[in-house]
Design a protein around this ligand. Structure first.
Ligand code: ZN
Length: 444
């Protein structure tokens, strides 16, 4: 047995480090391609030696084509006095992400169709993109637009977006931790959103530190059952590109999670894989049932994040998504409200603990056979009543022993037993270890 999650771990400093990474990445203007993604991955590389891949523009990937590379230096709308009334340098959300270049003088009326706001939250700048239709635009808060309209004296504005859309490449990061088996666990996060913390920087931070935690367990002598593959990819086109280039590797993926929105204060949510009853689905549901008073269980639907591609019928991988608030379901979603004060290190760390517990289930979910199946074995004479399992309440521990002995007939895994006994997997795991050590239990 291997301890991927250890109750002894102090998650406070890990939460602080994850928040520090989110803060470092926050100012960078990312998109589905370009230097923002490269700069982001170079920061991740300081913590985890990921491999960075570049896939040239124009590469066919299934029904799609790797798009042009987008880069931006500056963007603004200046009035006739030269004052910037909208300034990309104040927030990269001000530019419609993937905007084509523009350098024109125009009236506010002519500019107005290119301005986007979020009227229901008048203080926030919306985040908008136009990846597959070439256009340009600016995003600003409704209050900001109202002030522009009120103060306008039929001025002429200089509208500049200093961006380029060129033949370049799509950039993604990959990191593999080899285990005993070639069977893989996939952890995937997206890297394409600019200054937005919950939807997506929290996912990058969690994936990075999850990999570090698993590495540490391995470095301390833990024998990993599975190989772990971490992907840091632009949403949609990144997972399509990876799958197109890795059709053999994809067949090895036995379990997977898409990491998104793990830093806000919302309740935990689990969106099942398309299969719906895969081990990852049962593991995530059991951990959340045991650990949290309530959580949202969401059946698979073909929208959201990259699970859409992993769960497309040609792959149908057992990939779910474990988050706190979900895609589009929190008011701050895709707006400047999703900022550094919307997420905390403690909340990302709490999410990391849940991820580690789910992986702990995957790693340790073996099936055993009771070596003394004719009536209950006498536990007292084997020292199994008493002080063993000191981290678990003793009567609970003894019940766990009885459940395992009863159900270990070669057809129930430890997770099956934990669910039937309504006990945390950790309790069942500790009890199974004690029974194995006493010779009463053997792996099937
Ligand atoms: Zn998003």
């Amino acid at each position: 047995m291997i301890n991927i999650y250890s109750p002894a771990t102090d998650f406070k400093p890990i939460g602080d480090q994850m928040y520090a990474l989110v803060s470092t990445l926050f100012p960078i203007c990312r998109s589905i391609t370009g230097n923002g993604v490269r700069e982001t991955l170079s920061h991740v590389q300081k913590l985890l030696p990921i491999t960075v891949h570049e896939v040239p523009t124009g590469t066919p990937v299934f029904d799609w084509t790797v798009p042009k590379e987008w880069n931006i230096k500056d963007a603004y709308v200046a009035n006739s006095q030269g004052e910037r009334v909208i300034d990309f340098k104040k927030s990269n959300l001000h530019v419609l992400n993937y905007s084509t270049p523009v350098n024109q003088k125009m009236s506010l009326a002519a500019l107005r169709p290119h301005l986007m706001t979020l009227p229901e939250h008048p203080d926030w700048i919306p985040y908008r993109t136009s990846y597959y239709q070439e256009k340009w635009g600016f995003c600003l808060s409704q209050n900001h637009l109202n002030a522009l309209l009120e103060n306008d004296k039929c001025d002429e504005y200089h509208v500049v977006i200093d961006s380029t859309l060129t033949q370049g490449s799509l950039t993604y990061g990959e990191y593999v931790i080899p285990g005993e088996s070639n069977d893989e666990v996939l952890i995937s996060c997206h890297t394409c959103h600019p200054s937005l913390c919950n939807d997506n920087l929290s996912g990058i931070a969690l994936a990075t530190f999850l990999a570090r935690q698993i590495e540490q367990v391995k470095a301390e002598g833990g024998k990993l059952r599975y190989t772990y593959r971490f992907l840091f990819i632009p949403g949609t086109i990144g997972s399509i590109t990876w799958l197109a280039r890795n059709q053999t590797n994809a067949k090895r993926i036995q379990h997977g999670l898409v990491v998104v929105c793990v830093g806000d204060a919302g309740k935990f949510s689990y969106k099942t894989s398309r299969q719906g009853d895969a081990l990852i689905d049962h593991a995530a549901k059991h951990v959340l049932t045991s650990e949290k008073e309530s959580f949202n269980l969401i059946d698979f639907f073909p929208y959201g994040y990259d699970e859409r591609q992993y769960c497309s019928p040609g792959f149908n991988l057992a990939v779910g998504s474990l988050s706190r608030s979900t895609h589009g379901k929190f008011p701050e979603y895709h707006s400047s409200g999703d900022n550094l004060s919307f997420v905390t290190g403690a909340q990302i760390a709490e999410s990391l603990e849940v991820y580690l517990k789910v992986i702990d289930v995957l790693e340790n979910n073996h099936t055993y056979i009771n070596q003394n199946p004719h009536c209950e074995p006498q536990l007292g004479k084997r020292g199994l009543y008493g002080n063993v399992g000191a981290t678990v309440h003793r009567p609970t521990f003894e019940m766990a022993l009885l459940w395992i002995l009863n159900l270990s007939d070669g057809s129930h895994s430890l997770l099956d037993i934990a669910k039937r006994a309504k006990m945390p997997f950790e309790t069942i795991k500790q009890a199974a270890k004690a029974l194995q050590d006493s010779g009463l239990l053997k792996q099937a």
